[in-house]
Design a protein around this ligand. Structure first.
Ligand code: 2AM
Ligand code: CA
Length: 274
């Protein structure tokens, strides 16, 4: 095991660090995969309306925090299940130990581990491991983006009419439902269609590798989007909030897409949401 000294962070090899995070995500995924085979719905707790959690989410988070602390002791955590309250002065991991919990508890194969490293307020490394397809997406500061060692790029499609989009349906915050439904209707009629995978982290990786041209959703949390937004950018894509601004990690609004039709995509979102 290698421990990185944060005082020498400028000389730290972020490529090496990111590969260590991939290893840690895959180790934890083995636990999640094993638990899925014996999972019972009776183990599900409800955190809020339609907000589910189980011992699998919590145990995975503890495992990740333990391993990430080993490789970067001074970093703090912003993690979905709140199993660590440690705040880093300069560096913080943003973690979703199981993105797509609803899929997991229903036995639907689309869920992922999402891990980002934030230096001050800037993401410098991102890893998303989609567990069922054994797909590890990652990037680090100034790197390309990769899927299982191969470079990935966003789609070259230049028109919304040639695009397949992804979104997440509102599941607890219904105050913008009308705008959401009107925009949904517009995209139904002006794109190849929409998909709803149920894991925002996975949606974002599919934008990064060109399977989707775009993804949008509101009321997401930082751990749902931090790693994925970064990987999209490193793959040549664009990410903003609904106004076209930069508050998409903590601002609970995200639009992510390939560069070529991003303006058309964002303008449609703006038309209905602003
Ligand atoms: P989670 O599984 O980590 O909670 C998709 O809309 C996004 O919203 C997912 O990334 C998912 O992250 C989050 N989410 C939380 N609860 C949800 C629910 N009941 N249905 C759908 N998505 C939910
Ligand atoms: Ca989660």
């Amino acid at each position: 095991m290698v421990t990185l000294n944060i005082n020498n962070f400028m000389s730290i090899d972020l490529q090496f660090l990111t590969r260590e995070v991939c290893r840690i995500a895959k180790e934890t995924a083995s636990f999640i995969r094993e638990e899925q085979t014996k999972f019972s719905i009776s183990a599900v707790e409800t955190k809020g309306k339609n907000d589910f959690v189980s011992y699998v989410d919590k145990t995975s988070e503890k495992k990740l925090i333990h391993s990430l602390t080993d490789i970067l002791p001074e970093a703090g955590f912003i993690a979905e299940e709140g199993t660590s309250s440690k705040k880093g002065i300069k560096y913080n991991w943003i973690i979703d130990p199981l993105d797509g919990t609803t899929n997991f508890i229903h036995g639907i194969p689309c869920y992922a581990i999402s891990i980002a490293l934030m230096r001050d307020d800037k993401i410098v490394s991102g890893v998303i491991y989609e567990i069922n397809f054994d797909e590890c997406f990652y990037a680090w500061e100034n790197s390309k983006a990769y899927l299982n060692e191969k470079e990935i790029n966003v789609s070259p499609a230049a028109k919304l009419s040639d695009s397949l989009l992804a979104t997440g349906f509102p599941y607890y915050d219904y105050h913008r439902m009308n705008e959401y439904m009107e925009l949904f209707k517009y995209f139904m009629q002006h794109t190849h269609g929409l998909r709803r995978l149920g894991s925002a982290a996975t949606d974002l990786t599919y934008v990064a590798c060109g399977r989707f041209e775009g993804f949008y959703e509101y009321s997401l949390q930082p751990w749902d989007v931090a790693a994925g937004a970064f990987i999209v950018q490193q793959a040549g894509g664009k990410v903003t909030d609904f106004s076209g601004g930069e508050n998409y990690i903590f601002g609970k609004e995200i639009v992510a897409g390939n560069a070529a039709c991003f303006d058309e995509f964002l303008n449609a979102v703006k038309k209905y949401f602003i």
